[in-house]
Design a protein around this ligand. Sequence first.
Ligand SMILES: Cc1cc2nc3c(=O)[nH]c(=O)nc-3n(C[C@H](O)[C@H](O)[C@H](O)COP(=O)(O)OP(=O)(O)OC[C@H]3O[C@@H](n4cnc5c(N)ncnc54)[C@H](O)[C@@H]3O)c2cc1C
Length: 394
Amino acid sequence: MNGISGSRGRGAGAPEADVLVVGYGPVGQVLSILLARSGWRVVVVERHPEPYSLPRAVAFDAEAARTLDAIGVTGRIADITEPSQDYVVSDAAGRQLLRIGLGGTDGTGRPDSTSVYQPGLEAALAARGEELPTLRVHRGLRAVELTESGSGAELVAEDERGGERRTFTASWVVGCDGAGSFVRRSLGIGWADSGFALDWLACDVVPDRPEDFPPSNLQIADPARPRVAVSCGPGRRRWEFMRMPGEDRAEFGTEENAWRLLSMFSARPDNATLTRHATYTFRARNAEHWRRGRVLLAGDAAHQMPPFAGQGMCSGFRDAANLAWKLDLVLGGRAGEALLDSYEQERRAHVQHAIDLSVRLGRLICVTDPAAAADRDRAMTARSSGPARPAEPV
Ligand SMILES: Cc1cc2nc3c(=O)[nH]c(=O)nc-3n(C[C@H](O)[C@H](O)[C@H](O)COP(=O)(O)OP(=O)(O)OC[C@H]3O[C@@H](n4cnc5c(N)ncnc54)[C@H](O)[C@@H]3O)c2cc1C
């Protein structure tokens, strides 16, 4: 159901939003679209005046593809996506240690993995959101105060440019506000931390002649410099490099150092453009709770994982898909609030599996001790002579 007429049960004194979404990254976008498509009044506050453009996700799985299809976004991202290659982990000399078959399709014909340019995906989601009359997005507003009352919630947001404050009321609030989530912190919810914390520099590059840099899905487990070479959509490449023990973090993140590292892949200023680069600390954490009363968490606000399995954003899309139909039933009076407890029960354990898989891959790839890497290489080369394994379900 679409249109304001679909916003059911709005009487005098009713909250101005059925659902208030904090954060309009990819997860907040998908959740907002799913809810607004059903006619619910969705209000979003997003602190950035413009969409966030730093390099992050480069691929999504077939389940995420089905979600994007369901909300009418697939056709809009055709130009910025391409099927991913098989996922390969190699040693420093280029010998294959592990191959995971991602080059196929799922039962519905969608690629097992699709390489994507995240800013383009977010732009397509934003354009889809603009078509939905019950979805209002307020950019440049930072959420600063949250009060949950048992029957609803009130959120104060501050204008990033002028500092003036606005108050929003909603029946439900969902924190989709990323790793540093204000919503999670304001609820006093901590992390269950798996103890993974390594810095990586992510560089988005447009080669002058992309054909000279064929798309790959390669993790190079070189103890001298673990690194990654993947496609992020047609004509775009992502190269990532681990910060080695003893390297200065600020110096590591400079453009000059990015080019120095990119030369390992023969990318240079005279044959490629470095469009973005950023240093991230890859972490593995699951929020201790995903719901407090009328406030829920989704996406990176609820969980983070190192990106070695490409599951951070995909997990957030699963959160959105799981939560949207439950909120729809509860808001429509067709299910009690207790249904929302199943959101955390179902998603938290599933996400933990994705976190654990990501950490296992990370611990495999990020070895910096040459002797330990040599042992690993010997053991894995002996095992990896067969064909590609199917992708491990997560
Ligand atoms: C290098 C790298 C590679 C990755 N590769 C992949 C991959 O291939 N596949 C994959 O699935 N995932 C990948 N990920 C993970 C993926 O990028 C994230 O999981 C995803 O972006 C999380 O989306 P989100 O919407 O939950 O959070 P975010 O994208 O962080 O969005 C949160 C939003 O909330 C806003 N916000 C924050 N605080 C406030 C506030 N107080 N008030 C208002 N707004 C606020 C922010 O401005 C932001 O727009 C990768 C991550 C990195 C770093």
